[in-house]
Design a binder for this molecule. Sequence first.
Ligand SMILES: Cc1cc2nc3c(=O)[nH]c(=O)nc-3n(C[C@H](O)[C@H](O)[C@H](O)COP(=O)(O)OP(=O)(O)OC[C@H]3O[C@@H](n4cnc5c(N)ncnc54)[C@H](O)[C@@H]3O)c2cc1C
Length: 221
Amino acid sequence: MEKHVVKVINTAFVTHNVKRFTLQKPVGYTFISGQATDVSINKPGLEDELRPFTFTCLNSDDHLEFTIKIYKGHNGITEKLLDVNAGDELIVHEVFGAINFKGPGLFIAGGAGLTPFISILRQLKKDNRLAGNKLLFANHTEDDIIIKDELNEMLDGNHIDIISEPKSGKPGKRIDKDLLKQHLMETGNYYYICGPDPFVAQIKDDLVDLGVPKEQIVIEE
Ligand SMILES: Cc1cc2nc3c(=O)[nH]c(=O)nc-3n(C[C@H](O)[C@H](O)[C@H](O)COP(=O)(O)OP(=O)(O)OC[C@H]3O[C@@H](n4cnc5c(N)ncnc54)[C@H](O)[C@@H]3O)c2cc1C
């Protein structure tokens, strides 16, 4: 099994429960934006506790970056990542993942499901190819929106937040068939979906009902 011990260079919270890890990059380690790897913590007893996380940096960067939602109170691995900071070590493994950019389209993310799209959108920005792409980003509250300023800057009016429990007390919104209908793209465009499994399954079904060909729907299988 491919295995690289990498030092954490820096960590920072990007929302109240999402932590960004910047890591050294192993020599010759490459990936395509949208791909992921299994990560473990290089501490006694945790080395073999592998969890999948998506690269949020670019392949051309000289470091690796992960953007990880921490589930406090679960006693899982993300909670243990609270105690992983600069100078500590993680272990990264083989690169895998089916989500990658196939052409302009609608990116539909739920919460931490944004992560593959962070790398894809950053790469499109670098390549000056962001035009024609749109993001629907579902979160519980405004405080859950990851890298809101960067998304606004990259996508301008094409970053649309869908908040289910707005802090204002106004009625919340969800990504349902009616909303998707309003945001259908031009024929031939792609629909990228990432988030909790029920979210992905529902949106995929809704898009198919709306006439989107299955071949134009990109999800992690
Ligand atoms: C290909 C892939 C890429 C991924 N990339 C990322 C990424 O870049 N960033 C990221 O943040 N996550 C990502 N994930 C999700 C991430 O792998 C999981 O959140 C992580 O493995 C959780 O590990 P844990 O040990 O902390 O689990 P736990 O803390 O035990 O559980 C976390 C998960 O289980 C659910 N859960 C567990 N117990 C309960 C409970 N009692 N009640 C309700 N829900 C519960 C949570 O909703 C959550 O989904 C990715 C997943 C896949 C498959």
